[in-house]
Design a protein around this ligand. Structure first.
Ligand code: B12
Ligand code: SF4
Length: 442
């Protein structure tokens, strides 16, 4: 068969003011440029396990409605999308249908809403793609695709993970490539729409497989920048020590998302630095403890760790690893003071990088269900607003307008040339002081 893999690429924001603003703020533009070009690891993974007698094509789709001309001669179109671009993915599937090409859609959005997706495509894959992909291919070949393929919730073992088909990419178009070491997360935040939506079990890929993926990337790209596409990387410190030891002196640069427990392990931090860790992104979520209370549903973990935030950031950064602290603005309990509180926290903590996003009710999350029950969704099922930059709920302790205006101003303040350069200079100073503490004769 001739199979096309179509990721919806790029980043999205509906709010024209924020979009315009984003295009002018240096700190914001820099981050957008870095991430906007990441490929779809989900589709590359499925491409990697597709038997070699099929012909495969990987084509990034910047806009599913405008994408023209559609490739011809396909026997199957495999489409991936997250909520914000699901409308474009559905349009693409319908356009293929009009050409007589069957389509299959998978990913977190359709896992949450398979019936909705089924109205637009030939088949929907619910959950992780790997365990169902060969069945999909066989049914497509025989012309009898089923409407739904459901992966067993916890059943897929990452020891069976295929090698993603990185060779399909034109590497010159990317400034980072992603590698996944784990799925799921031991925490359970109310708003989380990452791979916890696909699997309830926290699982890790064997170290040897991850090293093979990195070696494959290195065979295509001399000095690669790797983003570990995990929900929460450093849950198992022993695993990471085993993985990072052979990565030292390989000329890698890498980035990962984690919770702040990594700060408690000096040995791991040293190894991270020596193996090329440039930055860790940490979901701090709020600079105030009241809003953190209750957002982690298992054990209130984030609330309990609040008093440790500042110290953890300083410990990590003193090891030469920058921290990108993420705040979710508009959490229940956030008042109109939140904007100043975030700014002050960033300044006091010396965070090198900061990311602010708006609380977003993604489908399939406990947050979406709760806001729906409380009649606080502004436009239920308007998935286009699931960008993390568009407001689609009524905040608990301020008006929508206050949240909108305050968020814009906060973005201007945080990503201004002046504050961005202050954060960078401050970090360099911390590094200098750390290497040559006062009284050191060197
Ligand atoms: C890398 C990344 C990106 C990259 C690449 C995106 C892409 N094309 O894959 C870039 C920077 C472009 C990006 C953009 C955006 N992202 Co992003 N991104 C991530 C990140 C960090 C990792 C995703 C990843 O690679 N996972 C690993 C792969 C293997 O998993 P997967 O894609 O889910 O695929 C598996 C299954 O879903 C399934 N599957 C997926 N597709 C298909 C298709 C078929 C046919 C089949 C059979 C199966 C299948 O099989 C795969 C293997 O099991 C996550 C956060 C995280 N830590 O998970 C956020 C995340 C996915 N992003 C998010 C968001 C909101 C966005 C943006 C809307 C941001 C914006 N404002 O523009 C855009 C939308 C992009 C889009 N295509 O719609 C949200 C999505 C939530 C949701 N449920 O919608 C997440 C979870 C972050 C968050 N804070 O909530 N993102
Ligand atoms: S810690 Fe992060 S990845 Fe884990 S559940 Fe919470 S938001 Fe999701």
């Amino acid at each position: 068969m001739n199979i096309g893999f179509f990721p919806m690429s790029g980043i999205r924001c509906c709010d024209p003011e924020l979009l315009r603003l984003g295009l002018t703020l240096p700190g914001f533009v820099e981050r957008s440029k870095t991430i906007a070009s990441l490929p779809s690891l989900g589709l590359l993974t499925l491409a990697g396990m597709t038997p070699s007698h099929h012909h495969i094509h990987y084509v990034e789709v910047p806009d599913g409605e405008q994408f023209d001309p559609l490739p011809s001669g396909l026997d199957l179109a495999a489409i991936s999308s997250y909520s914000a671009q699901i409308g474009e993915a559905y349009k693409l599937a319908q356009r293929f249908k009009a050409m007589g090409v069957p389509s299959v859609i998978g990913g977190t959005h359709v896992t949450a809403l398979p019936q909705e997706a089924s109205e637009h495509c030939s088949a929907v894959v619910i959950g992780e793609g790997e365990p169902m992909w060969l069945d999909v291919l066989e049914d497509a070949r025989r012309g009898c695709l089923q409407p739904y393929y459901r992966a067993d919730d916890n059943g897929y073992d990452l020891a069976d993970a295929p090698m993603p088909a990185f060779e399909l990419l034109d590497i010159s178009k990317y400034n980072r490539l992603t590698v996944q070491t784990s799925r799921g997360c031991p925490h359970h935040c109310e708003f989380c729409a990452s791979s916890v939506v696909l699997t309830h079990k926290y699982k890790q890929k064997p170290v040897a497989k991850v090293l093979d993926e990195i070696d494959k990337i290195r065979s295509l790209w001399d000095r690669p920048f790797i983003e570990f596409a995990d929900d929460n990387s450093f849950v198992n410190h022993a695993y990471w020590k085993e993985l990072l030891t052979p990565l030292q002196r390989k000329g890698l640069k890498w980035f990962a998302e984690t919770d702040l427990s990594v700060a408690s392990d000096q040995g791991l931090l040293n190894l991270m630095r020596e193996s090329g860790c440039a930055q860790v992104l940490i979901g701090l979520e709020s600079p105030t403890d009241t809003a953190l209370d209750g957002i982690e549903l298992h054990s209130n973990w984030k609330f309990k760790k609040f008093s440790y935030f500042q110290e953890a950031i300083q410990t990590i950064q003193s090891h030469g690893i920058t921290v990108n602290g993420c705040f979710v603005i508009g959490l229940d309990g956030h008042t109109a003071d939140i904007f100043d509180q975030v700014f002050s926290f960033v300044k006091e903590s010396g965070l090198y990088e900061v990311q602010v996003t708006l609380m977003t009710p993604f489908p399939g999350t406990p947050l979406y269900a709760r806001l729906e029950r409380e009649d606080r969704l502004i436009e239920p099922r308007n998935w286009k607003k699931c960008t993390l930059f568009d407001i689609n709920f009524k905040p608990s302790s301020m008006s929508v307008d206050e949240l909108h205006e305050g968020f814009k101003k906060l973005a201007v303040d945080l990503y201004s040339e002046e504050f961005t350069s202050w954060r960078r200079t401050n970090y360099k100073k911390i590094m200098r002081d750390h290497r040559h503490p006062k009284g050191d004769s060197m």
